[in-house]
Design a protein around this ligand. Structure first.
Ligand code: PLP
Length: 402
C-alpha cells in the first residue's frame, strides 16, 4: 500500500488500458484533502489558487463542490482574462503585470462590468501608472489589490525571511500606497493581500533534518504572531479612509493560522488539492497524495535497476533535491543519486526494482502541484476503482501561461 492507501496493483488495474506516460488525479483523495482544508480554514471562504490546479475542469468541480470555495486566485493576466471569458467570476490576480495589451483588455472588461471585472495586484506607483496608461479618459475604474509583504523581519530588519515580493511592509507603506490609489479616479482600491510564504509554503518537518525543522517551527510561530498584529493594523488604518472588500492571506500550509485572524476575510489554497511531496513535511496537517504520473519501464541496465522512460519533471524553486519528483509505487523505489529524474530516462533502484520488467509501470509524484499539468495534456480522473473522466490541463487546451 502507498501513502494514499492505494497499492501498485490497484493502480495498474485501473490504468490497464492507458499507455504511459500519463498523469492522473485521484478524486477520492482530492475531496478528502478538500474537506480537511475547509475544516482548517475555520469558516473563512477559500479562494482557489489556479496556478496550483491548472485544469479548468477541476477548477469548476472544486468551485461547485462547496459554497465556501469563493473565486479564484489567478497567476497571469492573460490567464485571468481567458478564465473570465470562460465564465469564471470573482478573479483576483495575485502577481503584478507589465502586459499592456492584456491591461487594455482588462480595461474593456472593467467598462462592461465595473464591479465584476478581475482585480489586479499592485505594490508601487509604477504599477498604478501602467494600468492608467491604457485607460481612456472616460474609462471605468480598474479594481486593484495592494500586495502587503508578509515577511518576517528579525534582527532589527537585517534578516528578512519570506518571499521577496512587495516593498510594502509597514502600516505607513500600505497607507501611503492606498492614499496614492485613492487620489487616482481611474483606480479603485478593492483588496489587500498578504501571503506568508515562509509559513504557508515551508514545511516544518523536513525529512531527516530535525534541528532545521525546529528552527523553522520557531520562526513560523514568531512570524505568525508578528504578521497577525501588522495585518490587523494595516487593515484598520486603510479602512479609516477606504473600503476594503477583500483581505486575503494564507495558503495550503497556513490555513488554520491565517483563517483565525479577524482582519482576514478569506484565505487561499490550491496545492492541497493535489498534495504534492513538498506538502508532506508539515506538522500542522497531513494530506493524502492525490496527483501522480506513470512512467513505463523500458530498460534493465542491471538486475537491480529498472529504468523508466522520461520522468525529469523537476519543480521550480531553490533547486534543492526536494524539487525532484519522487518514486511513489511500488513502494521502496529510489532515484539514482547521479542521474536523478532525467529528460529521457529515470533509473530506479530499491527493493522492488529487481521485480520490475520491461513494460511495467511505475508511479511518481511531483514536488509541486500545478506544474505537473505543464507536462501532460490531460488528467485521468479516478473515483473508486474507475477512471471517470479524462480532462484537459491548461496545456491540453493549448495554454501555457508561465
Ligand atoms: C499569493 C499567493 N497566495 C497563496 C498561495 C498559496 O497557494 P498554495 O495553496 O497552492 O500553496 C501562493 C502560492 O505561491 C501565492 O503566491
Amino acid at each position: 500500500m502507498g501513502v494514499s492507501g492505494r497499492s501498485h496493483a490497484e493502480l495498474e488495474a485501473i490504468f490497464e488500458e492507458v499507455e504511459a506516460p500519463f498523469a492522473f488525479v485521484d478524486l477520492d483523495a482530492m475531496w478528502s484533502n478538500s474537506g480537511a482544508m475547509l475544516g482548517r480554514a475555520g469558516g473563512k471562504p477559500i479562494r482557489v489558487a489556479s496556478k496550483s490546479v491548472r485544469c479548468r475542469a477541476l477548477l469548476e468541480r472544486i468551485l461547485a463542490r462547496d459554497e465556501r470555495y469563493r473565486g479564484l486566485m489567478t497567476f497571469t493576466l492573460p490567464e485571468t482574462l481567458w478564465l473570465a471569458e470562460a465564465g469564471f467570476e470573482n478573479l483576483l490576480l495575485a502577481y503584478p503585470t507589465a502586459d499592456t495589451a492584456a491591461l487594455g483588455e482588462l480595461a474593456l472588461r472593467s467598462v462592461a462590468n465595473p464591479e465584476g471585472a478581475p482585480i489586479v495586484m499592485v505594490d508601487c506607483t509604477a504599477h498604478l501608472e501602467a494600468i492608467e496608461s491604457v485607460l481612456g479618459a472616460g474609462a471605468a475604474p480598474v479594481r486593484v489589490c495592494i500586495d502587503l509583504d508578509a515577511g518576517w523581519w528579525a534582527a532589527g530588519g537585517r534578516l528578512k525571511i519570506g518571499p521577496k515580493r512587495s516593498p510594502v511592509h509597514t502600516v505607513e507603506d500600505a497607507v501611503s500606497l492606498a492614499q496614492e490609489i485613492e487620489r487616482r479616479p481611474q483606480l479603485k482600491l478593492a483588496a489587500l493581500m498578504a501571503y506568508e510564504g515562509q509559513i504557508a509554503g515551508v514545511g516544518d518537518r523536513p525529512p531527516g533534518r530535525r534541528l532545521r525543522g525546529r528552527a523553522i517551527a520557531a520562526m513560523q510561530r514568531r512570524s505568525a504572531t508578528e504578521l497577525a498584529a501588522r495585518r490587523a493594523a494595516v487593515v484598520a488604518a486603510i479602512r479609516e479612509f477606504a473600503e476594503l472588500e477583500i483581505v486575503n492571506g494564507g495558503g495550503t500550509g497556513s490555513l488554520e493560522l491565517t483563517g483565525a485572524e479577524e482582519a482576514v476575510t478569506e484565505v487561499t489554497a490550491g496545492s492541497g488539492f493535489y498534495a504534492p511531496t513538498l506538502f508532506d513535511a508539515y506538522s500542522r496537517f497531513s494530506l493524502t497524495p492525490a496527483a501522480g504520473f506513470a512512467l513505463s519501464v523500458v530498460r534493465k541496465p542491471s538486475p537491480g535497476v529498472a529504468t523508466a522512460l522520461g520522468g525529469g519533471y523537476l519543480a521550480s524553486g531553490s533547486g534543492d533535491a526536494a524539487r525532484l519528483p519522487s518514486p511513489w509505487l511500488p513502494e521502496g523505489l529510489e532515484l539514482d543519486p547521479e542521474e536523478g529524474a532525467g529528460e529521457v530516462q529515470t533509473p530506479l533502484s530499491g527493493k522492488p526494482a529487481p521485480e520490475l520488467r520491461i513494460g511495467d509501470r511505475v508511479y511518481m509524484r511531483h514536488a509541486k502541484a500545478g506544474e505537473l499539468c505543464e507536462r501532460f495534456d490531460a488528467l485521468h480522473l479516478v473515483e473508486g476503482d474507475e477512471i471517470v473522466d479524462v480532462v484537459p490541463t491548461y496545456r491540453g487546451e493549448g495554454r501555457t501561461f508561465l
